[in-house]
Write a protein that binds this ligand. Structure first.
Ligand SMILES: Nc1ncnc2c1ncn2[C@@H]1O[C@H](COP(=O)(O)OP(=O)(O)O)[C@@H](O)[C@H]1O
Ligand SMILES: [Mg+2]
Length: 257
């Protein structure tokens, strides 16, 4: 077994990266794929969204320690409540660690080095990245086989995307030639407005068959789930959001065969 590694990237905040990382991981795991979600955003929303809180004692070591070389990734991985679904948690201190590693050797490949140590134990490793084109994001791209780009279906959806693709190209040229764009996922699709449809068409025009067929609807259950510390599939599996993420996970499996 050698995991397929997918980073979830868009330097815009609030487009559904973390939501996608958590719910994709959940449904891959539910389909019996052994999955590790690495929270690599100092905001730690994937960690808290899975019900793991900074002060509850479970977080003795996190990705912050791993990236500084103070802990092995194997020692910080936690099981979630769900079968086949593990989490490598983080804390806000990851932001300080990013500054620290800027002056260290191998600053671009620290996450890749860590991922290599656990690759053989998983079918999928999903990396949730911060809303920036920072050193953490570059680490994420270098550690991955695939880049997954969630795009919010609203005005300016594709703003910044060209710059992101430039960064991706640079990473491919300099450090990770095998990185591929897995696809573009339209999130928070609101079928009551014509805008969502227009933006989705625009995405398809630009990305053609790299656009996922599944779109994620704007759905209140999706937004509520993290405050209960669970993926939407565990919160309300009959909701439109849960069904969409389940479909999406199938498409991801199909594309990574
Ligand atoms: N499909 C959706 N429907 C409703 N709310 C959503 C949906 N996807 C994400 N959200 C909400 O939008 C906000 C931003 O999503 P998030 O995944 O944290 O974005 P990012 O990680 O890109 O910053 C969160 O409050 C999240 O709960
Ligand atoms: Mg996020």
């Amino acid at each position: 077994m050698s995991a397929k590694v997918i980073c979830v990237t868009n330097q815009k905040g609030g487009v559904g990266k973390t939501t996608t990382a958590v719910n994709l991981s959940y449904y891959l795991a539910k389909d019996k794929k052994k999955t590790l979600l690495i929270d690599f955003d100092p905001q730690g929303n994937a960690t808290s969204g899975l019900g793991i809180e900074k002060n509850d004692g479970k977080l003795t070591a996190t990705m912050t320690d791993v990236i500084l070389g103070n802990a092995e990734i194997t020692n910080i991985i936690l099981p979630t409540k769900y079968k086949n679904f593990d989490l490598a948690p983080t804390t806000p201190e990851l932001a300080n660690a990013e500054v620290e590693i800027t002056g260290m050797q191998r600053k671009f490949v620290r996450l890749r080095d860590a991922v290599r140590k656990v690759r053989d134990g998983y079918d999928y490793i999903i990396i949730d990245l911060p809303p920036s084109l920072s050193l953490l994001t570059v680490n994420g791209m270098i550690a991955s086989d695939y880049l997954l780009l969630p795009v919010q279906t609203e005005f300016y959806a594709l703003e910044g995307v060209a710059q992101l693709l430039e960064s991706m190209k640079l990473v491919m040229k300099q450090a990770n030639p095998s990185l591929k764009l897995l696809g573009v996922l339209a999130t928070m699709y609101d079928k009551r407005t014509s805008l969502s449809g227009q933006v989705y068409s625009e995405i398809k025009k630009y990305f053609k068959n790299l656009t996922f067929k599944t779109t994620i609807p704007r759905n209140v259950r999706v937004a509520e789930a993290p405050s209960h510390g669970v993926p939407v599939g565990a919160y309300d599996k009959f909701s439109k959001g849960a069904k969409a993420y389940k479909e999406f996970a199938k498409e991801v499996e199909e594309r990574t065969k």
